[in-house]
Design a protein around this ligand. Structure first.
Ligand code: C5P
Length: 306
């Protein structure tokens, strides 16, 4: 039996560029791994079976469409072996929340099956398999803080100092990532950018953001946080504006939608401030739950093996 712990992510910068012929958008995507994470356990089994527990687990598909199951099949196919594993997911990452929870489970299943089947797959092969599973899966393997180019899968680790403190407010229900990207394109077309969505120039990482991370300075980071999908997520779910306001009023240094949402992220000055922001968010009635966490933390890694 192998248990793997895997982090959720927040995008401290999500710069969305043009729509590509393959249906994805070119990104300048700064991923940040937080301690809020799932546990994925792999045991000997027959075929690939999947079970899941925790908040929102009734929304998690347990068939072969789940990224954890697809990861097991992909790893087995790469090695030319049969995929035999019973996977169990303990969810803490909000489901369909914009924190890459499904992608995290895919990354964790790659690592867990690799250990259970004693394959010793090189990291670059795991990265390639992860990129085929989804744009956010490679980062869940890597963890820390990294710039993602292309559709998010071409990763460069970034230097970061110290620990940043975060609060995440969970909304009722999820948002579809493709729907949020479509809404982003629609809003841009409506506003008129001077480009068609196919012609938009590639976004770049913001030097001020990179400097704030390297300096470990939450006040500078707060000034530089940016998510090009935020307007689209708020357009599809206008109540998110109330949650963002409630966190800011409670003293968050900055508030933003996490990825494609609907989870919202609040940067706090320190751990104590984070507790106060979470309490105020719970009392505000504008979210279902609020979690205090921190980062950066490492990517998917074996926690116990027996
Ligand atoms: O790669 P992943 O399966 O996570 O992507 C889900 C969907 O999000 C894609 O089908 C696409 O609609 C959208 N997406 C995008 N550009 C990206 C990443 C995702 O348009 N860079």
């Amino acid at each position: 039996m192998v248990t793997v712990r895997v982090p959720a992510k927040v995008n401290v910068q999500l710069g969305v560029g043009g729509l590509r012929p393959d249906g994805f958008h070119d990104l300048a995507n700064v991923f940040f791994a937080v301690a809020l994470g799932d546990l994925v356990t792999a045991r000997q089994g027959e075929g690939v079976t999947l079970t899941c527990e925790g908040p929102g687990s009734d929304q998690v598909p347990l068939d072969d469409s789940n990224l954890a199951a697809r990861a097991a099949y992909a790893l087995a196919a790469h090695h030319g072996i049969e995929a035999n594993v019973a996977l169990h997911i303990e969810k803490a990452i909000p489901v369909a929340g914009g924190m890459a929870g499904g992608s995290a489970d895919g990354a964790a299943a790659l690592v867990a099956c690799d250990a259970l089947w004693e394959l010793g797959t090189p990291a670059e092969v795991l990265h390639g398999l992860a990129a085929e599973l989804g744009s956010d899966v490679p980062f869940a393997l890597l963890g820390g803080v990294a710039l993602g180019r292309g559709r998010g899968e071409i990763l460069t680790p970034l230097p970061v100092e110290g620990t940043f403190h975060w609060v995440f407010a969970v909304a009722d229900g999820g948002l579809s990532t493709p729907a949020v990207y479509r809404e982003c394109d629609r809003l841009r077309a409506e506003a008129g950018t001077g480009y068609t969505s196919e012609e938009l120039p590639d976004p770049d990482a913001d030097p001020a953001l990179l400097a704030a991370l390297a300096a470990g300075d939450p006040i500078l980071l707060a000034d530089a946080l940016a998510n090009d999908l935020q307007a689209a997520a708020v357009s599809l779910r206008p109540s998110l504006a109330d949650t963002l306001r409630a966190g800011t009023a409670a003293g968050a240094l900055a508030a933003l939608v996490s990825g494609s949402g609907p989870t919202t992220a609040f940067l706090a000055k320190d751990a104590e401030a984070a507790e106060g922001i979470a309490r105020a968010l719970r009392e505000s009635g504008t979210c279902r739950a609020a979690h205090v966490t921190y980062g950066p933390v490492p990517g998917a890694a074996v926690r116990t093996s027996a």
